[in-house]
Each structure stands twice: as structure tokens, then as C-alpha cells.
Design a binder for this molecule. Structure first.
Ligand code: FDA
Length: 590
């Protein structure tokens, strides 16, 4: 009764999740509409740490350089400073985000792209421009008021916030990328596990030239700790927006008492942890947010999906908010496109939740654990609830004094700082993706763990070419072009990565593509990576990583996940049969 559809996919929300999805769907030629209730993209800095996995998504879209162009130079990522104030005593420093001497080679080996420090209000316009250039429809000032679904589609009532006019929209599918207060999640009955309101935070966006206090210890996070404040962020965390004149000051407050949001009060708060009364402070804006620890139990309900903060809500520790959002979109977009094209069955859409929900679960738990782990720092500093400021300062002085007791306290303190690597150099959590679903054909031969027992899975990343992992990065070359193995797959297409002995696979792919073309379906890309191959494995890195022999092959999904691994085939017919069976199983068309 409801057809025809106004649009195939309605994306509610134009934050990092919605805009990434808008880009990917537009590239696939999907008829999608993205709406946002606001008149523009994010109006304040918010998130900023963009990890390599998210950058790989932007790289796949051809937006990496544009993102990098609005980001802060990576030399400003390096130090994580703890101090009593900018002008005051420096307590500790930890090298972070893979930029330090200890971890930089691990980060460089993990990906062809680097970490990126880009405030959200600068990132989002790049994503918007990319989406529009790819042909996406994005409508601002358009608020979702009500949403319901039936077997054939989703009906949304939206309001034009400029005119107040309301209208109905009918879509085949809807994605709730509408943030932490998701109306899509609420109205369509998604269930969540976790806790809410674990802390109340205030973001104060301001201008203050602190160059003289930062240039010798360039970083993006400056943690201020003074006695009399037992919150995990200490007395205020300064997040650098523009070196070193523009900042977000993050402070916690007691939700039982409304914080004083007057300009004088905000300036006073900032002044306290600058520690230099001569620094001029200009407040730009302030906003409140609360700490949650929640994840949707299932990211799919019928024809509706959740992505980004709508699905997982957690504190900013480990910087996983926007990063997880971008990767949700990367997982979902090609699946929606394949189903809408008639290339895949509905079961493929279930794999979105099967694959991304466990990631969301891990992310919310990890972020909360990192918050809890910060308490050890204040404890080791000798700051205790209820003590006077004098007692607190005396405890800090004693920490750096002579004698056995101070030595023991410093050991405890150093351990507490060292533990912060789990938040600030957590390459494993940032990079490691292992999916288990019907869209991955696991190989029983892969039972044995790949990870050495002494390697912490949060801190360390193990590249893997097993089904379910993202295709690992290896440096390759062709005709004087240096690229990564990840650059020659993805881009919205399935690929078969072969070795030097690939005649059977070549013939099989040719046949497959001829049949696909006749049926109007997308074909497969064959990519040979080998020493001396089409893509020359010049460092023999791929040879060590690939997990198949010279005559084997890896089937790689459009989101660069290894979907299947094939040993050598006897002939082209066998290769073709295996390829067809694998794709049928993955796409749910068997
Ligand atoms: P996001 O919240 O960015 O976007 C939601 C979109 O949905 C918006 O476009 C909005 O207009 C739209 N929308 C919502 N309801 C709608 C409706 N009814 N109709 C139409 N449109 C609707 N993270 C981090 O890692 N580090 C940090 O420091 C911070 N700091 C921070 C500060 C503040 C003030 C906030 C609000 C958030 C953070 N975050 C953060 C979280 C980070 O910003 C967050 O993880 C990402 O923005 C999530 O991206 P999404 O696209 O999922 O939602």
C-alpha cells in the first residue's frame, strides 16, 4: 500500500557515520537521501583523533589527502603531558598515538596511512564535499520526527526546520546515524546493554595562546592535575585544536549541581589550569555531554540499521568515537548496495550486525576501562577526595623527593602512566578487525592462534591474511608506482588476490566476469601480488603475510575483508566452481 518508494536508503544523520555512508552509497550509485536536523555540519571541534583504520576508509574514497589538508601536522600528536598547569610543574610525559620512538615503526608497518589529528568540525565539511561530488543527496534543517517500519519498507515523517512543513518519506531501508540520542533507535525499538550518565562533562571551546608553554613539548592532549579534584580527567584536559592558540577544555562536573556556564566562570576555569594570569582567553562556545557505556544488542531491526554513536555510546578515551562510526559505514554500505542491486540476498544484511556489534561491544568496554585506569594517576600523585589543597600539594612535592617512600610512590606513579599506553598507543584495538559471520568463510585450518602469548591484543596489532581479517598492508610496486596491497583492492569491488602461479584463477575470473557482464552484475577484479608479479612484492612483505601459496588465492570483499582463502586449484573449472560457491555463500544467493 505504501509503495512507491521516495528513496532506496534514508540515512538519518550527517555526522561522521552518516556522511561516510553518504559517500560510500553515492559511489555505489545507490539512491540514498541523508538528512540532518542541523543547518550545517558539526559546529564545534568535538572528536579529533582519526586512526589508521578510519583513514583507510577515507583513502578508499579518495579523500585521504583532503582530510590531511585540514588536519593538524602530525608533529603535534606526539606528547601527552601531565602537569599542574601550563605554567606549572610538569609531572609526566608519554609519547602517544604511535608518534613516539617506541611505537612509530609498529604504526608505520600496520598501514599505508598515518594517524591524523583532525577536529570534527574540519573533517565533516571534507566528507560532505566528497559526498556531494559523488552525487549524494544531503538535506540540512530536516528533522526526523517519527519513523515506523513494515515488511516492505520504512516510513519517516520529517520536518523542514526552516518552514515548519512536515512531509512523509518512504524508503526501502533506513540507517539511524543520528547520534547518541538516536530517535531511530528509540522509535524502532532497538535494545541496548550498558549504563548511562556515568559522568557529566563540559567542553569549553576557547582561544588562548599557549605557544610558549607547548612548543617544546608538542602534543594534542595536556592533562592538568591539581589537588581537590578526583575526576578522571583531573582538573581539566586541554585538547589542542589549532597549535597552540585554539583549544577545547574538557572538565567534569557534579551533575547534582548545574555548572556555571557564564563567560566569567568559564574563563575562571580555564585560567586555573593555565597558571598564567596574563594569557588572554576568549570563549567561543561551551556544551555539556554525558558519559555513557552502551551498545545496541543488534544493529539491525528489520529494514533499519544503526551506525555510529546511535549504536555505541562511550567516553572519548582511546579516541574511538568517529573512528568506529566511519568503519560501521564502510561495513554496511557495500552490503546495502549489493542487496539493492539484486546481487545479494537479505541474509547479507544480517552480517552487518554480526560483524560490527562485537566491535562496538569491545569499543565501549575498552573506552570505559581506559577512563577507570586514569584513576591510578591521581592516586599515585597523592590526591585524595576530602584532603585540603595544602595536603594535596604537599603529597605531590613528596612524590618527587628523596627517600625510599618517595621512590616506592614514584614506581607506582610510573606504572600508572605506563598503563595509559592502553589508551594512547592501543594499535591492536585501533587496527585489529576479525569478523565472523556468514559473509566470511572461515578456514578450520586457522584454529591455532596467530598471536604470540606475550603480545597484548589491545596494544599490539597482528596483521593477518586469514578469512575475517582485513587484507594486510604490504608495500608493492608497479611501473614506478609505489602502493600498498590495500590500495589495489576495495573501492567498492570484490577482488581476487592471486600469486605468481595463477593461470587457473585468471581463466576462472574471466569466465565469471563474462557471465556477470551478461547478467548486468559487477565483476571481480583480479590482482596478482607476487615477487616479480603484476604488482611486484618488492620487499617480500606480501610473501610473508599472504597465508596462501603461489597457486592459491584470497577473495577480498569491497570493505577489504578477506572473505575466503583458496588453496591451489587443479584447473580453471575447479577454480571457477570454488569461486562461485564462495560468492554464493557470502552474498546469500546460494
Ligand atoms: P553525530 O552525533 O556526530 O551526528 C549525529 C547526526 O544526526 C547529526 O548530523 C544530527 O544533526 C543528526 N540527527 C540527530 N537527530 C536527528 C533527527 N531527529 N533528525 C535528523 N537528524 C538528526 N568523541 C571522541 O572520540 N572524542 C571527543 O573528544 C569527543 N567529544 C565530543 C564532544 C561533544 C560535545 C559531543 C556531542 C561528542 C563528542 N565525541 C567525542 C563523540 C563524537 O563526536 C562522536 O563519536 C561522533 O560524532 C559520532 O558520529 P555520528 O555520526 O555517529 O553521530
Amino acid at each position: 500500500a505504501h509503495t512507491p518508494y521516495d528513496v532506496d536508503v534514508l540515512v538519518v544523520g550527517a555526522g561522521p557515520a552518516g556522511l561516510t555512508l553518504a559517500n560510500l552509497l553515492a559511489r555505489e550509485g545507490v539512491d540514498a537521501l541523508t538528512i540532518t536536523k542541523y543547518p550545517s555540519t558539526a559546529h564545534s571541534p568535538r572528536a579529533h583523533i582519526t586512526n589508521q583504520r578510519a583513514m583507510e576508509v577515507y583513502r578508499d574514497l579518495g579523500l585521504e589527502a583532503a582530510v590531511r589538508a585540514v588536519a593538524t601536522d602530525n608533529s603535534y600528536l606526539r606528547n601527552n603531558v601531565w602537569a599542574t598547569s601550563f605554567a606549572g610543574r610538569e609531572i609526566a610525559c608519554l609519547e602517544t598515538w604511535g608518534a613516539g620512538v617506541e611505537r612509530s615503526s609498529d604504526y608505520e608497518a600496520a598501514s599505508p596511512t598515518a594517524m591524523c589529528n583532525v577536529p570534527q568540525h574540519r573533517l565533516e565539511p571534507v566528507l560532505l564535499d566528497g559526498a556531494l561530488a559523488a552525487g549524494a543527496q544531503v538535506r540540512f534543517d530536516t528533522e526526523l520526527i517519527a519513523v515506523a517500519q513494515d515488511e516492505a519498507g520504512v516510513t519517516a515523517r520529517v520536518r523542514d526546520r526552516r518552514t515548519g512543513a512536515e512531509s512523509a518519506l518512504r524508503a526501502r531501508y533506513a540507517v539511524g546515524a543520528d547520534g547518541a540520542r538516536s530517535r531511530v533507535a528509540k522509535q524502532l525499538g532497538f535494545s541496548f546493554t550498558g549504563e548511562t550518565d556515568l559522568g557529566a562533562a563540559l567542553n569549553i571551546w576557547l582561544e588562548a595562546d599557549l605557544t610558549q608553554y607547548c612548543e617544546h613539548r608538542r602534543g594534542t592532549l595536556y592533562w592538568m592535575a591539581q589537588p581537590g579534584n578526583d575526576y578522571w580527567v583531573g582538573s581539566g584536559t586541554w585538547i589542542n585544536v589549532t597549535p597552540f592558540t585554539e583549544w577545547v577544555l574538557l572538565v567534569m562536573y557534579d551533575p547534582a549541581e548545574e555548572p556555571d556556564m557564564s563567560e566569567e566562570a568559564l574563563i575562571e576555569r580555564a585560567r586555573l589550569t593555565i597558571g598564567d594570569p596574563d594569557v588572554e582567553i576568549t570563549i567561543k562556545s561551551a556544551s555539556k555531554w554525558s558519559i555513557n557505556h552502551l551498545v545496541a544488542d543488534d544493529y539491525r531491526r528489520g529494514r533499519a540499521f544503526l551506525a555510529g554513536d546511535a549504536a555505541h555510546r562511550h567516553p572519548p578515551a582511546n579516541g574511538l568515537g568517529t573512528n568506529t562510526s566511519a568503519q560501521d559505514a564502510f561495513n554496511l554500505a557495500w552490503k546495502l548496495a549489493a542487496v539493492l542491486r539484486g546481487q545479494a540476498g537479505d541474509a547479507l544484511l544480517d552480517t552487518y550486525s554480526a560483524e560490527r556489534q562485537p566491535v562496538g561491544r569491545h569499543v565501549v568496554d575498552r573506552a570505559l576501562k581506559s577512563v577507570e585506569d586514569m584513576a591510578g594517576i591521581s592516586r599515585a600523585l597523592g590526591f585524595e577526595p576530602g584532603q585540603s589543597a595544602e595536603e594535596g600539594w604537599a603529597a605531590l612535592d613528596a612524590l618527587f623527593g628523596p627517600g625510599e617512600a618517595a621512590r616506592a610512590r614514584r614506581d607506582e606513579f610510573n606504572t600508572a602512566i605506563e598503563l595509559q599506553n592502553h589508551q594512547f598507543n592501543a594499535l591492536g584495538t585501533e587496527m585489529d578487525v576479525r569478523y565472523a559471520s556468514t559473509a566470511v568463510l572461515a578456514d578450520p585450518a586457522d584454529e591455532a592462534p596467530e598471536r604470540p602469548a606475550d603480545r597484548d591484543p589491545n596494544l599490539h596489532f597482528e596483521p593477518s591474511a586469514r578469512p575475517g581479517a582485513m587484507l594486510p598492508h604490504a608495500r608493492i610496486e608497479r611501473e614506478r608506482r609505489a602502493q600498498s596491497s590495500i590500495d589495489v583492492v576495495g573501492h567498492g569491488r570484490f577482488a581476487l588476490v592471486t600469486g605468481i602461479d595463477d593461470a587457473a584463477w585468471r581463466q576462472a575470473v574471466d569466465e565469471f566476469n563474462a557471465q556477470a557482464a551478461a547478467a548486468g552484475r559487477p565483476g571481480l577484479e583480479l590482482v596478482q601480488i607476487a615477487q616479480g608479479g603484476q604488482w611486484h612484492d618488492v620487499f617480500a612483505e606480501w610473501d610473508r603475510l599472504r597465508s596462501v601459496g603461489d597457486a592459491g588465492a584470497l577473495l577480498v570483499r569491497p570493505d577489504r575483508v578477506i572473505a575466503a582463502r583458496f588453496p591451489a586449484a587443479a584447473d580453471a573449472a575447479e577454480a571457477r566452481a570454488r569461486l562461485g560457491a564462495a560468492l554464493d555463500a557470502i552474498l546469500g544467493t546460494a
